[in-house]
Design a protein around this ligand. Structure first.
Ligand code: ZN
Length: 336
């Protein structure tokens, strides 16, 4: 009998096991596990060689798992379970930190990037050509996917404000990177234009492995708010689709989603500062849900307060008739 089987009851169906590891340079050691069935989420940790149950939560609806390259990427818990799982996770983290004396990384895919020394508002950087603005050498999330010459952000070395992107020897500022002419001027054969019934505006649907120009623009935009309250996760260009909102010839915002058997998962929603308060986020989500996502329901992953307000403003989160269901995602955890 496997360890998981010994934890689960006969009437439960195993959904996923979320690994909790301790990492030190290249050594990884299992120090805990979160076992998820259709009925329960059980948090366990190893204490002096023996498994102990830290806590468990009885689920009110069935969670689902997502795998990438045969590895567990995430387990999604619909609300309200998600809220409780998120609390339990924080308690679990403190407990593991107390026992092991190590600290929790943001996620299992790398350490957090260094926080800036100076607040962007207090910094005197101005433009991509100033000598404080450099091609980034360290960005743990980007370096997972790209070589140093292939793709990097260009940012201020003091406040980390992003000014553009670097690709294979060339820098591009936002003016170029987000301009509609540029986005549609490269090899954009896999992109499609979505009419959104507004003058001076349309959207570009970018599939995974679509044009490099649109990919770079979305990747860069996903990093702009990295130390702010609107923080969005990094766009996963290999797996996620993007829908970019073009207004007055430039990309004003975007959303991303990923296909899943259970329904599409809306991952990110972001509107650039210059285009806030114009209703772009709400239009983007409703047009996507009606014309692009090809499903009458979808999941919204880890909404920020702003994102939730947008979905509520178009009645998407209405529990009876709304197409969206909010989910919380639990990903493999690492301490070190
Ligand atoms: Zn700066």
């Amino acid at each position: 009998m496997s360890f998981t089987e010994s934890v689960l009851r006969k009437d439960e169906t195993h959904i996923a096991e979320v690994p909790v590891e301790h990492q030190q340079q290249f050594n990884k050691k299992r120090i805990g596990s979160i076992i998820v069935s259709d009925k329960r989420c059980i948090l366990l940790h190893l204490n002096e060689g023996s498994w102990e149950i830290f806590d468990e939560h009885k689920l009110s609806s069935e969670p689902f798992a997502q795998y990438r390259k045969n590895e567990l990427y995430s387990v999604f818990f619909p609300m309200p379970d998600g809220e409780r799982i998120s609390q339990l996770k924080s308690e679990y983290i403190s407990n593991v930190e107390d026992i092991t004396g190590s600290s929790y990384f943001m996620n299992a895919f790398g350490e957090m990037n260094q926080e800036p020394d100076i607040e962007p508002d207090d910094c005197r950087c101005e433009r991509i050509s100033s000598n404080k603005v450099l091609v980034e050498s360290e960005n743990s999330e980007l370096s997972e996917s790209f070589g140093e010459q292939e793709f990097r952000l260009v940012s201020c070395k003091d406040c980390h404000k992003i000014y553009g992107r670097y690709r294979e020897g060339r820098k591009a500022s936002f003016n170029k990177l987000f301009s509609a002419d540029w986005l549609l001027g490269g090899d954009s054969t896999s992109e499609s234009i979505v009419e959104i019934g507004k003058d001076e505006a349309f959207a570009i649907h970018h599939p995974p492995h679509g044009s490099t120009r649109v990919q770079d623009a979305v990747l860069t935009a996903s990093q702009i708010p990295r130390w702010s309250d609107d923080v969005v996760s990094t766009y996963k260009h290999e797996y996620q689709h993007a829908l970019c909102y073009i207004q007055d010839e430039e990309m004003a915002g975007y959303l991303t989603w990923e296909d899943h058997d259970k329904g599409p998962i809306l991952s990110q929603l972001y509107v650039r500062n210059e285009h806030r308060e114009e209703g772009i986020a709400a239009t983007l989500v409703s047009e996507w849900s009606e014309k692009v996502c090809e499903s009458d329901h979808y999941f919204a992953d880890d909404l920020t307060t702003g994102g939730r307000a947008v979905l509520e403003s178009i009645d998407h989160l209405d529990t009876r008739s709304g197409p969206a269901q909010e989910v919380y995602s639990l990903i493999p955890m690492a301490f070190g």
